[in-house]
Design a protein around this ligand. Structure first.
Ligand code: TZD
Length: 527
């Protein structure tokens, strides 16, 4: 007879979930006991880091990933960056250990009181099995739920004495199950979109994170070229779903209602694939779309569809819809739009370097297949103007703006994509939320390169302070932090570089090396 422990690992193996991220406590040891040799455990020194690494790994691999955290305290630590995973629809199975069943009612030390309540509302499903024998089925359901559209994180709490319990014979049936969500838009829907696109006077495409896959990336290009339609990336971009040097690419839409709408002036049909309508940030009210424009959004997420303030929404797989529409769209003889404005190369050789100069160097040096994780907040506009991507799954940003994603996600993505160099471009403020991810990179020999943009401040909050007319603010400067010393303390080699040539040389060297490295670059503030 199998134990719950045995079936759980068989289930994880069957779903390809053999890389587990976590940080253990006593409640989790019975699960980790007799850890199978074909599994690997990636240790994060803080649960936010474990979850951030898992988020990167799951986004890059497209697979469900198990994150094992400690009871209430560990889950609490993980919840900051869990906000991102919900928004990015990352299929994470978060599992926390629970006190032994016999002592839960006593609220013994390490009881996770009301465990299922704790991660809500950030997870799709939250469950504590009523009996030990229900653990395998709960884990199976968690995996399927995480992967069904819209994908997203789920939570399971498991009392630690459950692992040694006997599994029911029927648990083996779980090992033979598959659950598929197809959710394809019907041909009628696609034909009607194609007809509207063909007859629109001046249509525009907006692509979001959900269509950042190689096939959908190509389909977006095919559709844009056939219909001669300009393309924007949806605001608060967490992924890049269109080649940024393509003549039809317009940029990333602004995250304020009125500014976004102004960018779409003149368009009569707005087609959105794989993004909410829209993920705004700064509150500048106005019309959501230009007067008279029709908006149609295709998303896998019923909640995104239902809460959009304007337009039509179709709940269907946006990748399939994009590919299907690209295949049936009639070629158009519309005037192609004028190419987007491109900045002059930043020629400054000042010290500190401007963010523009740093991004130009990064763009020159990075190989085409590189993946960039960006968590630098005051200079994203300059970043998008200067750093190019020509293929899918090359750009990641914290989807909900919850800091602590960048360093860990770079580690997780590098683990999932060993053949592509991964570069984390991280603001100095942001770096501190996930800094212990550097130790995970060193310990697990993950050859990601980290560029810390050091402006000694929470730069974007100063920009927001101006926008909000907030004055005399405390807490926006963070001078005196030595990122090289910190990196070295965690076992990552590090250099401080202040010049363009030095940066280019160090970046090339570290990108090509097989161990992690960090470059601290002093930069000027934006503006
Ligand atoms: N805490 C967490 C977990 N997430 C947040 N988003 C914030 C605080 C607030 N916050 C931002 O939204 S941006 C930012 C903070 C503190 C400043 C980041 O500073 P940085 O980048 O040095 O990384 P810039 O370029 O100086 O803005």
């Amino acid at each position: 007879m199998k134990t719950v422990h045995q079936v759980a690992y068989e289930l994880l193996r069957m779903h390809g979930m053999t890389t587990i991220f976590g940080n253990p406590g006593s409640n989790e040891l019975p699960f980790l006991s007799r850890f199978p040799s074909d599994f690997r455990y990636i240790l994060g020194l803080h649960e936010g880091v474990a979850l951030g690494m898992a988020d990167g790994y799951a986004q890059a691999s497209g697979r469900p990933v198990l994150v094992n955290v400690h009871s209430a305290a560990g889950l609490g630590n993980a919840m900051g960056v869990l906000v991102n995973a919900g928004v990015s629809h990352t299929p994470l199975v978060i599992m926390a250990g629970q006190q032994a069943r016999a002592m839960m009612a006593l609220e013994a030390q390490l009881t996770n009181i009301d465990a299922t309540q704790l991660p809500r509302p950030l997870v799709k499903w939250s469950f504590e099995p009523p009996r030990a024998q229900d653990v395998p089925a709960a884990l199976a359901r968690a995996i399927h739920t995480a992967m069904l559209p819209p994908r997203g994180p789920v939570f399971v709490s498991v009392p630690y004495d459950d692992w040694s319990a006997a599994a029911e014979d029927s648990a083996d049936l779980l090992l033979a199950r598959s659950v598929t969500g197809s959710g394809a838009a019907t041909s009628e829907i696609i034909d009607s979109l194609a007809a509207r696109l063909a007859t629109a006077r001046n249509p525009v495409l907006i692509v979001g994170a959900e269509v950042d896959t190689p096939q959908a990336f190509r389909a977006a290009v095919q559709l844009a070229e056939a219909s001669r339609t300009p393309v924007w990336i949806a605001p608060s971009a967490s992924r890049c779903s269109f080649p940024t040097a393509h003549p039809l690419f317009r940029g990333v839409l602004p995250f304020a209602i009125d500014r976004l709408s102004a960018k779409l002036t003149g368009h009569d049909l707005i087609l959105v694939f794989g993004a909410p309508v829209f993920r705004y940030h700064e509150y500048l009210p106005g019309g959501y779309v230009p007067d008279g424009a029709q908006l149609v959004a295709v998303t896998s997420d019923p909640a995104e569809a239902a809460r959009a303030p304007v337009g039509e929404a179709i709940v269907a797989d946006p990748q399939l819809a994009l590919r299907h529409l690209a295949n049936v769209a009639a070629p158009s003889n519309r005037q192609p739009p004028a190419p987007r404005w491109r900045p002059e190369p930043a020629t400054d050789r000042t010290v500190p370097l401007s963010p523009e100069a740093v991004f130009d160097v990064l763009n020159e040096v990075k190989p085409d297949e590189a993946v960039i994780v960006n968590e630098s907040t005051s200079n994203t506009e300059q970043f998008w103007q200067r750093v190019e991507f020509d293929r899918a799954q090359s750009f990641y940003f914290p989807a909900a703006g919850a800091l602590g994603f960048g360093i860990p996600a770079a580690v997780g993505i590098q683990l999932a994509e060993p053949g592509r160099p991964v570069i984390g471009v991280i603001g100095d403020g942001s770096a501190n939320y996930g800094i212990t991810g550097l130790w995970s990179a060193a310990h697990h020999r993950v050859p990601a390169t980290f560029v810390i943009l050091r402006n000694d401040e929470y730069g974007v909050l100063k920009w927001f302070a101006d926008a909000l007319k907030a004055t005399d603010l405390p807490g926006l400067d963070l001078p005196g932090i030595d990122y090289c010393a910190i990196a070295q303390g965690y076992g990552v080699r590090a250099v401080r570089i202040a010049t363009r040539d030095g940066l280019a040389a160090a970046l090339s060297r570290f990108i090509a090396s097989d161990s992690p490295a960090l470059i601290e670059v002093p930069i000027s503030s934006v503006g």
